[in-house]
Design a protein around this ligand. Structure first.
Ligand code: FE
Ligand code: CA
Length: 528
């Protein structure tokens, strides 16, 4: 929210100081409260307040969301006074911030951890911009962002990467550093931005304490992750479009059910509210995603001209519980009658209707469903009944069938599902009926591996090989770390699986392990 009225004379003085090049941290002595509102218009900082970097997100043709958070003591509650603090922002057409196109001030409020979310408007479509914040005499790093192309504009090319699962203790964010150097318009992050688990010994890095439950603990955990310079570089290089999975709250939660701890519903919803608030505070999300208690409106749609429309899903907040077993048992379970309950849902009725209505209406060349858990069937072969991981769409086969039937019957143009969660790369066709090998192919799914979760990983595993053999629609498996780079044109979608050979040490190189393509109008993946 822009509040130009907080611009006072003391603010203007500090602004001249800032433009005069004073980048160093000021002493606390220059603090000047605006008495009537309790606003600190001209704060001083004992330590650098932009310790968590900057970010931008959810680009529209005429604007983008800018994010930062004032946190001079990032790992210890932030270190800010319990007052709103004035923060100025600027958007420029050049990387030296010489040609400022838009600027304003906003408030970093204590009730949101002194996070700042600025919805910039009035920009031109399909253009790079640079931005920075300042507060008191201190300026943030400069970030770069890009607006979306004009609505229905004929766009030749969109290039983006998608990534997920950055368990801090498991390794370094070398993949983010490489991603920051790519030629991209956008990054999609599909969940497990943080992990809630306690600290462990003997890993490359260490969490900051026990399993996180309170708002203060979630804030400190985000601050730990976001203090990583490689992650900051990737945020500063491109706008991100984010959605969350389970570990932003607790492993395998399902709506109001804490599958891991089985805490009472009220207690769990309090935790979920704290987790969602900390998520919002640390992500470049628009105001529409501001949590309301334990609820957060995260699913949304973003268009890139006439070329692509992204449907960002939330497959945790509204789902029914994982069927066919107790916590973790359902990860290797035979399909039981509970899985075939017609009231079982992955998206909830409202989000499911919204998704199908949007796909039905879309005139985009590529219709992207960006979401968390694998949609393709992944049979785990063994003697006797096959096993499934019921935390994935395999645990919700009738809900999946409703989506796949829609793709088969209504035929929205080129459906592509992009997925995170499973710390492995998978490529597969989506079939109208996975139990019929001659079924029509209705789309493609690209599953991206983790940035760091599960450590170094391997090119392949015996389990992965057996699953590729047992599932004819699956074309590729790999368990190294990295991200997926997509180059989308009117005729073709190419996806490149970018992998690093290790994450438990710094400095890994990046390479392309595999590439697959989907041709316009031809459902299903082909080797590039
Ligand atoms: Fe994960
Ligand atoms: Ca997950």
């Amino acid at each position: 929210m822009d509040l130009p009225e907080v611009l006072g004379s003391s603010y203007r003085i500090s602004r001249r100081r800032l433009l005069g090049g004073a980048g160093a941290c000021a002493a606390l002595a220059m603090t000047t409260p605006l008495a009537s509102r309790g606003v600190l218009a001209n704060p001083g900082f004992a330590k650098y307040p932009f310790s968590l970097g900057v970010a931008s997100g959810d680009p529209l043709p005429d604007g983008v969301l800018l994010w930062t958070r004032l946190a001079p003591e990032p790992l210890d509650g932030g270190g800010m006074p319990m007052q709103p603090v004035s923060v100025a922002w600027e958007v420029a057409a050049d990387d030296k911030m010489k040609t400022v196109k838009r600027k304003g001030t906003t408030l970093a409020r204590p009730e949101l951890g002194h996070a700042v979310h600025v919805e910039v408007q009035g920009l031109e479509p399909g253009r790079w911009y640079w931005y920075r914040f300042s507060s008191g005499a201190v300026a943030s790093p400069i970030g770069r962002t890009r607006t979306a192309p004009a609505a229905n504009a004929p766009v030749d090319r969109l290039r983006f990467a998608f990534a997920s699962c950055q368990h801090y203790e498991s390794g370094y964010y070398t993949a983010h550093r490489h991603m920051a150097g790519e030629d991209l318009d956008l990054v999609l992050f599909l969940g497990d931005y943080i992990y809630e688990s306690k600290a462990h010994d003997g890993r490359p890095r260490r969490h900051d304490g026990p399993e996180i439950v309170t708002l203060g603990e979630y804030r400190n955990r985000y601050a730990l992750y976001k203090s990583d310079p490689d992650l900051q570089a990737a945020h500063a290089a491109f706008p991100w479009v984010v959605t969350s999975d389970d570990h932003e709250v607790v492993n395998d939660y399902a709506a109001d059910i804490d599958r891991k701890h089985e805490t009472p519903r009220d207690e769990f919803l309090r935790r979920r509210a704290a987790a969602y608030q900390a998520y919002y505070e640390h992500m470049p999300l628009r105001r529409s995603a501001t949590p309301n208690g334990p609820n957060m409106a995260l699913y949304r749609r973003l268009a890139f001209g006439g070329l692509a429309e992204f449907n960002l899903l939330d497959t945790r907040q509204y789902r029914t519980a994982q069927p066919c077993g107790a916590y973790k048992d359902y990860k290797n379970a035979a399909r039981c009658s509970q899985a075939l309950d017609p009231s079982a849902t992955m998206l909830g009725a409202v989000q499911e209707r919204w998704l199908l209505a949007g796909l039905g209406r879309s005139r985009a060349r590529w219709n992207v469903i960006a979401q968390q858990v694998p949609m393709m069937q992944r049979i785990k072969p063994r003697d006797g009944e096959p096993l499934f991981n019921m935390d994935k769409w395999d645990g919700y086969p009738l809900a999946r069938k409703r989506v796949l039937d829609f793709l088969a019957n209504r035929r929205p143009s080129n459906p592509i599902v992009v997925t995170g969660d499973v710390h492995a790369n998978w490529v597969g066709d989506l079939l109208a009926d996975f139990d019929n090998p001659n079924s029509a192919i209705v789309g493609a799914e690209f599953v991206g591996t983790s940035i760091s979760s599960e450590g170094d990983g391997k090119d392949t595993t015996g389990k992965g090989r057996r699953m590729v053999e047992a599932n004819a629609h699956i074309k590729f498996f790999n368990k190294q770390r990295g991200y997926v780079r997509c180059t989308v044109t009117q005729d073709r979608w190419q996806a490149d699986w970018r992998v690093v050979p290790f994450v438990t040490r710094r400095g890994a190189p990046i390479s392309t392990r595999a590439s697959f393509v989907v041709e316009n109008g031809v459902p299903g993946v082909k080797s590039a």
